[in-house]
Write a protein that binds this ligand. Structure first.
Ligand SMILES: [Zn+2]
Length: 171
């Protein structure tokens, strides 16, 4: 028997669909083609990372540029009405993301953020380059990286407050 109303159900279906279509699916396909295997949406980990690679101790988030307020990105548009409301929402999302990364680091995970803009602008054959970038990062020891619009791993300053870069680097 159905326990949710029609509206709720269609909202749930829509959010489920997001994981299986569009940018995330394109990334998954190219990584799979490269022989990389992953777990999906692991709810046991902070923020339920979209892809988890246990072998590499790596969690990958595919972030929508709008909701996660991708800095300097043309897809991270700011609604022109109810500015205060939206700013608050974006800030809260960013804080939550950072908290999740922090907790993952503490638990020994590495974190890669792949912004949707770096996937959705690509032609199918260009996706291979993106896949190669991700594969390279996975094999690396780097703790945190973001892939932005330019299909390039940006070794940015870490967005996190407390980092102990040497802790997980020994081997
Ligand atoms: Zn973006």
């Amino acid at each position: 028997m159905d326990t949710v109303d029609k509206k709720t159900r269609s909202r749930i279906m829509a959010s489920v669909g997001q994981h299986d279509t569009g940018p995330e699916m394109r990334l998954r396909r190219v990584l799979h083609k490269l022989g990389l295997r992953y777990r999906l949406n692991d709810r046991r980990l902070p923020g339920s990372p979209d892809l988890v690679f246990p072998r590499f101790h790596a969690a990958v988030f595919v972030h929508g540029c709008f909701w996660h307020a991708h800095e300097g990105c043309k897809f991270a548009t700011k609604p022109s009405t109810r500015k205060g409301f939206w700013n608050e929402k974006f800030e809260a999302n960013k804080r939550r993301d950072r908290r999740n990364y922090d907790t993952l680091f503490e638990e020994g995970w590495r974190v890669l953020v792949v912004w949707e803009c770096s996937i959705k602008c690509l032609k199918d054959k260009e996706l291979d380059d993106l896949g190669a970038e991700v594969a390279k990062w996975l094999a690396d020891k780097e703790r945190f990286a973001e892939i932005g619009t330019l299909v390039k791993v940006i070794r940015s300053s870490l967005p996190i407050s407390r980092i102990e870069p040497t802790r997980h680097r020994e081997e």
